[in-house]
Design a binder for this molecule. Structure first.
Ligand code: 8Y7
Length: 256
């Protein structure tokens, strides 16, 4: 799964490219690099980030989904807002990637009625404060319990099992030790019976481990993605599609 982040327009008048053009060009490049799914997002959910309103998120995301939908590569939309889910599903998105796990009022029904896939992500707290002091007694058990509760709610709303993906939510209200434990024991999520998605790409835990700066996290991201795959992840949410595919080719060659 290749990440397409849409940033605010840096220049909406007179610039060569708008954020829409930039995002579409980037998406096409990720497809060429071998992405099987694109994850399109218009609101930063990084730790400490501040939410944007529905209108602004739609203004960023919808034209990009419209440009890319129905071209053969499935489109996932990274959003927690029911209005954004509804509009992008109508425009052809086939997956909703929700770090809030469809807890926003109305979200369950929109995804059920749309017949699309959902990725349920675990998060402790909310993006603004989630990294201040995350606490767990048993991180694996607590994340599994939360995901099982959300699976139950999602199934009760009429979303079939075949359309549910689970994600422990690396970095979402987790200290380094929690992230490491989740990655090490990721295979303990396989008995929940749903495909596991892992998002580790360029996350701050990799900065903590390597001591590297933001611009120097490709090798550590690929390593983490490969470990996640070995431990049972079926979908890898990454910025560096080509590098990650190369690592997976080596893994597949050795194991097949
Ligand atoms: C994840 C994610 C982000 C993740 C899923 C970042 C939107 C933060 N991380 N979605 N989104 N899983 N499913 O650093 O780990 O990319 S945003």
């Amino acid at each position: 799964m290749g990440i397409v982040n849409i940033t605010p327009d840096s220049f909406s008048d007179g610039g060569l490219y708008t954020s829409t053009d930039d995002a579409v060009l980037h998406a096409v490049r990720l497809i060429e690099e071998g992405a099987d799914i694109l994850d399109i997002g218009g609101e930063s959910t990084r730790p400490g980030s501040v939410p944007v309103c529905v209108e602004e998120e739609l203004r960023r995301v919808l034209p990009v989904v419209q440009a890319l939908a129905n071209n053969g590569t499935p489109i996932s939309v990274d959003t927690s807002k029911p209005e954004v889910m509804c509009a992008t599903i109508k425009a052809g998105a086939t997956m909703i990637n929700d770090i809030n796990a469809l807890r926003s009022p109305g979200a369950l029904k929109i995804v059920a009625d749309g017949g699309v896939t959902v990725c349920l992500v675990h998060m402790q707290g909310e993006p603004k404060y989630m990294q201040s002091d995350p606490q767990y007694k048993d991180v694996i058990l607590e994340v599994k319990d939360f995901l099982q509760q959300r699976i139950d709610a999602v199934e009760a709303a009429g979303i079939v099992r075949e359309r549910i993906v689970i994600d422990p939510g690396f970095g979402f209200g987790k200290a380094l030790k929690h992230n490491l434990k989740l990655l090490r024991y990721l295979d303990q999520f396989t008995d929940m019976g749903m495909p596991i998605l892992a998002g580790l790409s360029r996350k701050s835990m990799l900065r903590e481990i390597t001591g590297n700066k933001k611009g120097d996290l490709v090798s550590s991201s690929v390593s983490a993605a490969l470990l996640a795959a070995i431990n049972g992840a079926r979908i890898l949410r990454v910025h560096d599609v080509k590098a990650t595919k190369d690592a997976l080719k080596v893994y597949n060659a050795v194991t097949s």
